[in-house]
Design a protein around this ligand. Structure first.
Ligand SMILES: [Zn+2]
Length: 262
């Protein structure tokens, strides 16, 4: 008789937080909550009703396609590289929170890779890009991830919760974030939005709670196609502003912040 398939993963039941075992169609927790595996191999662990009505469900398919095209040009390699270098060579689990279409995770050097995003289309694309990694649809603010299961977690330009980082990190585990600095893509931004200007002033300091922070700044000269793709990846509030536009010369300004399990 075939041995029961072990489920080696950091992912946990979104209802009760317990670990899964494999079934013929997907996974199941000890309380019989079961989840089917999608054709692409990912699990949908988003629990209905947990996301409030006004919450956006992540990037649109068009925005994700633009992101894949833009990241494929290598223009943001320094950002992915800085996060990968901060994490370093990790044997254990590395989790990308807000993984989108998976390009950033492909730069990490751990053989044990996991990704989560609230956009199902992103998780589908990521599953195809990295068939050896495990992906789920889920929320960053209540991660369907076992306590103290990850050696590193990271989040690049995506919503995240430092409390959840702490919960899922193993002892000595490290978190890393990449967040926009004050001058990030300022050439593309709406010019006269007081809220944005106020956020810019606050962003001139590294994110709170970080034990290490490094500022990454460089300029990019883009093709018109890449500029349009980059613009399509940016927050919708910019895209809909009358005076915001895709331009081919932009400044990148990013904080790479990190900290450890406390
Ligand atoms: Zn359960």
């Amino acid at each position: 008789m075939a041995e029961a398939m072990k489920y080696h993963s950091v992912f946990a039941c979104p209802h009760c937080g317990l670990s899964f075992h494999e079934t013929t169609s997907g996974v199941q927790c000890p309380n019989s909550h079961s989840f089917d595996r999608a054709r692409e191999g990912y699990l949908n662990l988003l629990v209905a009703g947990r996301i409030s009505a006004g919450t956006v469900s992540g990037d649109t398919p068009d925005s994700l396609a633009a992101r894949r095209r833009f990241l494929s040009t290598g223009a943001y390699h320094p950002i992915a590289q800085a996060v990968a270098d901060t994490i370093g060579d990790v044997d254990g689990a590395v989790l990308d929170i807000g993984c989108g279409e998976g390009s950033y995770l492909s730069h990490m050097r751990s053989p044990d890779q996991y990704g989560l995003d609230i956009a199902k289309r992103g998780v589908q694309m990521a599953s195809k890009l990295l068939p050896d990694a495990q992906f789920v649809v889920g929320t960053a603010f209540r991660l369907p991830v076992l306590n103290e299961s990850c050696d590193a977690v990271f989040s690049i330009f995506a919503p995240h919760s430092l409390e959840e980082f702490q919960r899922v990190l193993a002892p000595c585990g490290q978190w890393v974030t990449a967040t926009p600095g004050a001058h990030h893509l300022h050439q593309m931004r709406p010019k006269r939005d007081e809220n944005i200007l106020e956020r810019e002033r606050r962003r001139d300091e590294p994110p709170a709670h970080a034990t290490n922070a490094q500022r990454l700044q460089f300029d990019l000269d883009l093709t018109e196609e890449s500029a349009q793709d980059l613009f399509s990846m940016t927050p919708l509030v910019w895209q809909t502003a009358a005076d915001a536009a895709p331009v081919t010369h932009v400044s990148v300004d990013v904080w790479i912040a990190s900290g450890f399990k406390s």
